[in-house]
Write a protein that binds this ligand. Structure first.
Ligand code: OSB
Ligand code: MG
Length: 368
C-alpha cells in the first residue's frame, strides 16, 4: 500500500470536569489528530501527548515537529507492506513514542479498513466487550471524592482508580474504605513518591487494593523492585514502561507484577501487542491505560484491550465521562455488565464527525 497523503490537526476539547493528578490539573485537552489517506480510505490516529512535559517528555508541539520533520517523510509516498514494515521505518528515530504511535495507529486503522476487517481482529483480539474502569482525579475535599465514587458506581463502573499523592493518600483511603469496603479499588501515584516514603507505602497493604500504580520515578526500576519485595499489593508500572525492553527489565528485576499498556506510551499498537505477548508468556496480567483520549484514541484502546491478556479492568470509560460531545459516532457507552463493546465495523469501527473536528481545530496541515 502506498501512503498518498497525511493530515496533522491540533484540536482542543474541554473536559466535562477538570482532571487532577500528582503532576497537575487539566481542564482542556489538546490532541494532535493524524489522518492518513490511501486508495480512497482514511485511517485515524490520536497523539496522547499533552500541552506540557509532565506525564512524559513529549508535548503536542514536540510531536508535531517530529511527525512533520522526521516521521512523515520516512513513510509518505512509500510502498508499505503492512504495519510491521511501517514500524521498521519509524524505529530508527529514538524516543518520541507518542508521535510515532499517532502515526502508527492511523496506519493500523487505514490498513484494517482496506482489508475490510475490525482493527481488534487484526491485532489478534477475540473479545466482543472489554472491562471498563474509571480513573478519578484528586479532589478539593474527601466528601467530594466520596460523592463522585458513589455516582460512578451508580453509573455502573465496576472498578475505581484513585489518583494519590503525598497528603492525599492514607487518610483518603481510610474514608473511602469505610464507606465502600468491598469495591474493586486501585491507586495511581504518577511517580509522586520516593523510596524515603517506604514506611507510608507499606501501609497501602491495609486497603485491599487491586494494585498500586507507578509510585516512584518514571525512569526507576530498582526502587520499585525494593518496594515490591516489601509489599503484598501488586505494583503496576505505567510511566516506567516505554518499551518491550523496559517491560523485560521490570519483570526480570521484580519491579512490578502488573503492567499498564498504553499504545501511545510505547510507540503504537505493534509494540503494545509485543509487550502483551511477552507478559502473557510470563503469566503477568495487563490492562489498557488511558490518557483522556477522544473517541479516536479510545477506539484504538478498545481494540487493543480485546486481546486475551487484558484480564484486568481498563481505564476505558464511556465517552461522556470525558466529553459533552465526542468527535466520533456512535459514542462509547458503558454496558450494564460494566463493559464497553468492541465496534464491529472495519478499522476502528467508529465514524469521525468531520464538523466536530473542524469546530475544535486550532491548526491543520496537509502533507503529500
Ligand atoms: O497515569 O493513567 C495515568 C490521564 C492522563 C495522564 C496519565 C494518566 C491518566 C489517567 C486517566 O489515569 C485515564 C483515563 O483516560 O480515563
Ligand atoms: Mg498511570
Amino acid at each position: 500500500m502506498r501512503l498518498e497523503r497525511a493530515e496533522l490537526r491540533l484540536i482542543e476539547l474541554r473536559l466535562v470536569q477538570p482532571f487532577e493528578t500528582s503532576f497537575g490539573r487539566e481542564e482542556k485537552r489538546p490532541a494532535l489528530i493524524v489522518a492518513l489517506y490511501s486508495e480512497g480510505a482514511v485511517g485515524w490516529g490520536e497523539c496522547v501527548a499533552s500541552s506540557g512535559p509532565w506525564y512524559s517528555s513529549e508535548t503536542v508541539t514536540t510531536a508535531w515537529h517530529v511527525l512533520e520533520e522526521f516521521l512523515l517523510p520516512r513513510v509518505l509516498r512509500q510502498e508499505l507492506a503492512g504495519p510491521a514494515a511501517l514500524w521498521e521505518r519509524l524505529r530508527p528515530i529514538r524516543g518520541h513514542n507518542m508521535a510515532k504511535a499517532a502515526l502508527e495507529m492511523a496506519f493500523w486503522d487505514l490498513w484494517a479498513k482496506l482489508e475490510g476487517v475490525p482493527l481488534a481482529r487484526l491485532l489478534g483480539g477475540a473479545k466482543e466487550r472489554v472491562q471498563s474502569g474509571v480513573s478519578l482525579g484528586i479532589k478539593g475535599t474527601v466528601p467530594e471524592l466520596l460523592e463522585e465514587i458513589a455516582r460512578r458506581l451508580e453509573e455502573g463502573y465496576p472498578r475505581i482508580k484513585l489518583k494519590i499523592k503525598p497528603g492525599w493518600d492514607l487518610k483518603v483511603l481510610e474514608q473511602v474504605r469505610a464507606q465502600f469496603p468491598e469495591i474493586r479499588l486501585q491507586v495511581d501515584a504518577n511517580a509522586a513518591y520516593t523510596i524515603a516514603d517506604l514506611p507510608l507505602l507499606r501501609q497501602l497493604d491495609r486497603f485491599g487494593l487491586l494494585m498500586v500504580e507507578q509510585p516512584f520515578a518514571y525512569d526507576d526500576l530498582v526502587d520499585h523492585a525494593a518496594l515490591q519485595r516489601d509489599l503484598a499489593t501488586p505494583i503496576c508500572l505505567d510511566e516506567s514502561i516505554p518499551s518491550l525492553n523496559a517491560a523485560r527489565a521490570a519483570l526480570e528485576l521484580g519491579s512490578c507484577k502488573v503492567i499498564n499498556i498504553k499504545p501511545g506510551r510505547v510507540g503504537g499498537l505493534s509494540q503494545a501487542v509485543a509487550i502483551h505477548g511477552y507478559c502473557r508468556e510470563k503469566g503477568v496480567p495487563v490492562w489498557c491505560g488511558g490518557m483522556l483520549e477522544t473517541g479516536i484514541g479510545r477506539a484504538h484502546n478498545v481494540a487493543l484491550a480485546s486481546l486475551p491478556g487484558f484480564s484486568l479492568p481498563n481505564d476505558i470509560s464511556a465517552s461522556k465521562r470525558y466529553w459533552e460531545h465526542d468527535i466520533i459516532e456512535p459514542e462509547f457507552e458503558l454496558n450494564e455488565d460494566g463493559t464497553i463493546s468492541v465496534p464491529k465495523g472495519p478499522g476502528i469501527g467508529v465514524e469521525v464527525l468531520q464538523a466536530r473536528l473542524e469546530a475544535a481545530t486550532i491548526r491543520m496541515r496537509s502533507y503529500d
